[in-house]
Design a protein around this ligand. Structure first.
Ligand code: SF4
Length: 482
């Protein structure tokens, strides 16, 4: 089987990854089953590869492959893992056009003290410079994974540091950009969040055992209790002495990705003090206040448009209705077959309830418009089902700038909002009206968030250094030849 698989993406956004880890202090717990279930709870963050590493007596045992939890982590593969002390789990979506089997995580690497298993969510913006420097020094890499470079740096710093903790804190000095990680050493489970705090990471407990997870929903889905978020620049370490927290000396503007609240995270998660479902509902309320319209029903595009649609309905007094049935078995990044696969995948993914929309003026709420194909399809099938009017409302501002920190957005020149005015776009997608949430409104939905927020892809103002473009491009070409 080839190690590189062409990635057939639809016109929807994709998350970067989900990370999960467990340190078992309760003999009766089944660490393999719990990590499997935790990754199920994070499946929405990545459906291209999945893996689990379990540490038993300091040694790593791993199962991982391209695919989703239900196909890769089948009973046969799980039976190869011991009921050990520490686990690290990962679900992945890649922003590259290729799926690199060598980059599936957890990445397991050997260093002076034994094995490191690494699972990362994010994008290191100075990755090309670091990797080139290391390659010029003779280092060899197996994959295009940022986690591999981070593991190499940790192993190198360990040679001059007193402990793995110091080695990781020193590694943080080398890294720029976004990273929320779960790492295991032979005897420790470590959670690490970059000083900007771009991606979520939180800590929970199940009995006396500790969990680290991208989102609180995964902690609760295995019966655990969400304790708190890992703070930007914080490293949490769990070992036989208990739970410890360390803070990097690096001080940066905190910058949680606002799009986590709009689309990426699961609605039953709490991120940095804000309930995701309530943020989405508030987005719908603000959308109505900013962009009211007379209509008969308000509907959401599943899944992330549903809470926003409820908010719009509550604020407007217009009836909320279910217009779409989503095929739950396709996932967010389906693979299609045949020449017209994109059109057929859209049809397979969403079906309209004709008896709900026929003869009605419909407000339809979605989370984003990137290239416009999906929005045009949604309007088309609503009108084919007999909707009298279709008013599209988007629970985020217009995408106008790239994301350098892990969300797979197209280049600015390919974003439809940079090609057409809102009125032109409305005509292109066939809607009767179209409006977006304002950037101020977007910040309002995250009221109560206890760290700073990134809106860079909407405003063009980033709270962290962008990568050096020349370097970035050169490396991107090189990677695509792998
Ligand atoms: S640029 Fe946009 S998608 Fe990227 S981290 Fe910032 S808000 Fe999130």
């Amino acid at each position: 089987m080839s190690d590189i698989v062409i990635n057939n993406k639809l016109d929807k956004l994709h998350e970067e990854c989900g990370v999960f880890g467990l340190y078992k202090n309760d003999e009766e717990l089944d660490i393999v089953a719990l990590t499997h279930d935790g990754l199920y709870g994070l499946q929405h963050r990545g459906q291209e590869s999945v893996g689990i590493t379990v540490i038993e007596d300091g040694e790593p045992f791993t199962t991982k492959d391209l695919g989703i939890v239900s196909t890769v982590l089948d009973p046969k593969n799980l039976s190869k893992l011991p009921n050990g002390k520490i686990s690290v789990g990962h679900v992945r979506y890649t922003s590259s056009d290729y799926l690199d089997r060598a980059a599936t995580q957890p990445l397991v690497m050997r260093y002076i003290e034994g094995s490191l298993a690494l699972a990362n969510n994010g994008a290191i913006t100075n990755f090309p410079e670091i990797r080139q420097r290391l390659e010029e020094g003779g280092s060899i890499f197996q994959s295009n994974s940022h986690a591999e470079v981070i593991g190499f740096l940790i192993a190198t710093h360990r040679l001059q540091s007193d402990s793995i903790e110091d080695a990781i804190l020193n590694t943080m000095q080398d890294l720029k950009g976004a990273y929320s990680m779960v790492i295991s050493s032979p005897s420790k489970l470590i959670g690490l969040r970059d000083p900007h705090g771009f991606k979520p990471l939180c800590v929970g407990k199940l009995k006396n055992s500790y969990i680290i997870s991208s989102e609180s929903c995964a902690i609760e889905s295995i019966g655990g209790e969400y304790i708190r978020d890992v703070e930007p620049g914080e490293m949490v370490v769990i070992d036989e002495d208990g739970f410890k927290s360390y803070h990097s000396e690096i001080k940066k503007k905190t910058s949680l990705c606002l799009f986590e609240y709009v689309y990426v995270a699961r609605p039953d998660s709490i991120i940095d003090g804000v309930h995701v479902n309530l943020a989405r509902k508030k987005a719908g309320e603000l959308l109505y206040r900013e962009n009211p319209v007379e209509a008969d029903i308000v509907c959401g595009v599943p899944d992330s448009g549903l809470d926003a649609a409820q908010g719009y309905a509550a604020a407007s007094g217009i009836n909320y209705a279910t217009a779409f049935i989503k095929n739950k078995y396709i996932g967010r990044t389906p693979q299609g077959v045949g020449n017209d696969k994109k059109e057929r995948l859209l049809n397979t993914r969403l079906n309209v309830l004709k008896n709900v929309v026929e003869g009605k003026r419909v407000v339809i709420i979605d989370d984003s418009i990137v290239r416009g194909n999906t929005s045009a399809h949604i309007v088309k099938i609503l009108k084919q089902a007999g909707a009298k009017e279709v008013h599209m409302r988007i629970s985020a501002p217009e995408f106008r700038y790239p994301c350098y920190f892990g969300l797979d957005l197209p280049e600015a020149e390919d974003m439809i909002s940079n090609k057409y005015s809102i009125n032109e776009l409305k005509n292109r997608i066939g809607a009767d009206s179209l409006a977006f949430l304002s950037i101020n409104g977007l910040h309002t939905i995250a009221e109560g968030c206890n760290i700073g927020l990134c809106d860079g892809c909407f405003s063009g103002v980033y709270r962290a250094d962008k990568p050096k473009k020349k370097f970035f491009d050169r490396f991107a070409k090189k990677i695509n030849k792998i």
